[in-house]
Design a protein around this ligand. Structure first.
Ligand SMILES: *Cc1c(COP(=O)(O)O)cnc(C)c1O
Length: 504
């Protein structure tokens, strides 16, 4: 094994420094003490999270303290750390807490603290070149390809999240359109207007990708959903045919593997067949749901995902990895590379040395400089293993079913959507109160009440026009009892608002 040690040049180097600047610690032992304390504090912070409020607002004096002038002079690390403890740490989002269910936020992992610290010490730039971090990323991508039964020639890239992954995947679809050079000529010169399709419940990042790609948001057709909130295949087929008749060029379909509102999973197998028959690119937005392939109970619902041309998903949601960590996989690695690769002379690939190695990540997306995201994912998968990570997903689904059952027991609570995965949409609906606008406002207030009380954090959405309290469970710290606490707090806050009905 190489030791990495260099020959000793100390005899030839000057012994006294010439007053040259360095940003390294003047006293490494002092730095060590501060760093050790910060790590210890971080561990305590995580370990005691259950004892604290989920969230609390940032007070005015803290906001103004943070809006400080530019620090022209430095101060000891110890002092900066103290300010972090006072001004920043207490006002976290709350998603590390066992009763955080807002939006779809992952919880983070204790091991992630170590991985992030180590990645920072290496400070790798993962745009490319030949160094260890690149091999870790390749391994992580290969593991993902295996999970989704993707072929060896598939490619992948770690990205900030599914928004970016959707953009990159759909960008491959656009850039590899036959009979055109979209990279050189843009879409303006394309002979026919391009259109894509997704369910009305699809995440807006897909529409944003259409905007960024220069296709216009309206080019993404929003197809209505069935009662289980899945894309309606009959309407989709009709719409594609109609667009073709109108001289447009359908080029892709986006399947949702776990919609953000309710966790609905489109019929991916049917979408794959349709795309095959129609010659369309099949992209799957599986931000949180796609990792259901790790779970025995969810995997069957994802049948067909292995036939996708590209899959976008997040590790920071249902694999609980620290933010940010998403991934795009592309079945045809050559198309992926052709869509983004660009090698000016200063990025020349050489046969040996640091500028060597295999594929460089910068050839598979828009970013050149990139962080070592792969390390925290590698740590998470190694430390916990895919089996346990899959069982964690099962547990969250079981908790959603438990919550559903508890909601059905209460007359004042109303379920608003089927619970298919890990998301429960419901509302407080006391008998006799039927004004839709009042109910919407009441539930909006209740969610804010809960968040401000610090007991639990659900969020809101709209289901069939009605405001829903949304509980999305991508939380490995939640226990069944946490859902009892959530409902008790909700019923109590609801009762209070009804009693003092001026507030309703
Ligand atoms: C969260 C989410 C996204 C966006 O992912 P980011 O990681 O936040 O960029 C896209 N689609 C779905 C279904 C999501 O849940």
């Amino acid at each position: 094994m190489p030791t990495g040690a260099l020959p000793d040049h100390s005899a030839s180097s000057k012994s006294s420094d010439a007053g040259e600047l360095s940003l390294d610690p003047a006293d490494w032992e002092e730095f060590r003490a501060t760093a050790h304390r910060a790590l210890d504090d971080a561990i305590d912070f995580l370990r005691t999270v259950r004892e604290r409020k989920v969230w609390r607002p940032v007070p005015e004096e803290v906001r103004s303290a943070l809006a400080a002038p530019v620090p022209t002079e430095g101060q000891p690390l110890e002092e900066v750390y103290r300010q972090f403890q006072d001004l920043i740490l207490p006002y976290a989002t709350g998603n590390i807490h066992p009763r955080f269910y807002g939006w779809v936020h992952g919880t983070g992992l204790a091991g992630g603290i170590v991985a992030e610290m180590l990645a920072a010490s290496m400070n790798a730039n993962c745009g490319g070149r030949d160094h260890g971090a690149i091999y870790v990323e390749r391994t992580v991508v290969d593991w993902c390809k295996k999970q989704f039964d993707f072929p060896a020639e598939a490619s992948g890239l770690l990205v900030s999240g599914t928004s970016m992954a959707n953009l990159i995947g759909l960008g491959v679809a656009r850039n590899s359109l036959p009979g055109a050079n979209v990279r050189r000529d843009g879409v303006g010169d394309y002979p026919r207007e391009l259109t894509g399709y997704a369910s009305a419940e699809a995440h807006e990042s897909a529409a944003k990708a259409f905007e960024i790609m220069g296709l216009g948001g309206a080019a993404l057709r929003k197809i209505p959903v069935d009662e289980a909130l899945r894309i309606r295949m009959d309407v989709l087929r009709e719409k594609i045919a109609e667009d073709r008749r109108a001289g447009l060029e359908p080029f892709c379909v986006i399947g949702s593997a776990g919609t953000v509102n309710t966790g609905a999973i489109d019929d991916l197998d049917a979408l794959a067949t349709l795309c095959e028959n129609e010659g369309l690119w099949f992209h799957v937005d599986g931000a949180f749901g796609a990792l259901g392939v790790l779970s025995d109970s969810v995997r069957p619902m994802l049948k067909g995902i292995e036939r996708a041309d590209s899959i976008a998903f997040d590790f920071h949601k249902w694999m609980f990895v620290q933010y940010d960590a998403g991934c795009i996989l592309v079945r045809d690695g050559a198309k992926h590379r052709a869509a983004y690769s660009m090698r000016p002379p200063y990025l020349n690939h050489l046969q040996r040395g640091l500028a060597g190695g295999g594929d460089w990540p910068c050839d598979f997306g828009p970013e050149l400089s990139r962080s070592f995201r792969a390390l925290k994912i590698w740590f998470a998968m190694k430390e916990h293993g895919t089996r346990k990570l899959g069982r964690m997903i099962d547990q969250n689904c079981a908790q959603a079913q438990y919550l559903r059952g508890r909601i059905l027991e209460h007359l004042e609570l109303e379920l608003l959507a089927p619970v298919q995965l890990n998301i429960v949409c419901f509302r407080f609906h006391p008998p006799g109160l039927d004004d839709p606008r009042l109910l919407d406002r009441l539930n909006e207030e209740l969610v804010a009440d809960l968040q401000e009380s610090g007991v639990a954090v659900p969020s809101t959405t709209r289901i069939g026009g009605r405001l829903a309290v949304r509980v999305a469970i991508t939380n490995h710290r939640s226990r069944m009892v946490d859902f009892d606490i959530l409902l008790a707090a909700m019923l109590e806050a609801g009762g209070r608002r009804i009693a003092g009905s001026a507030a309703v």
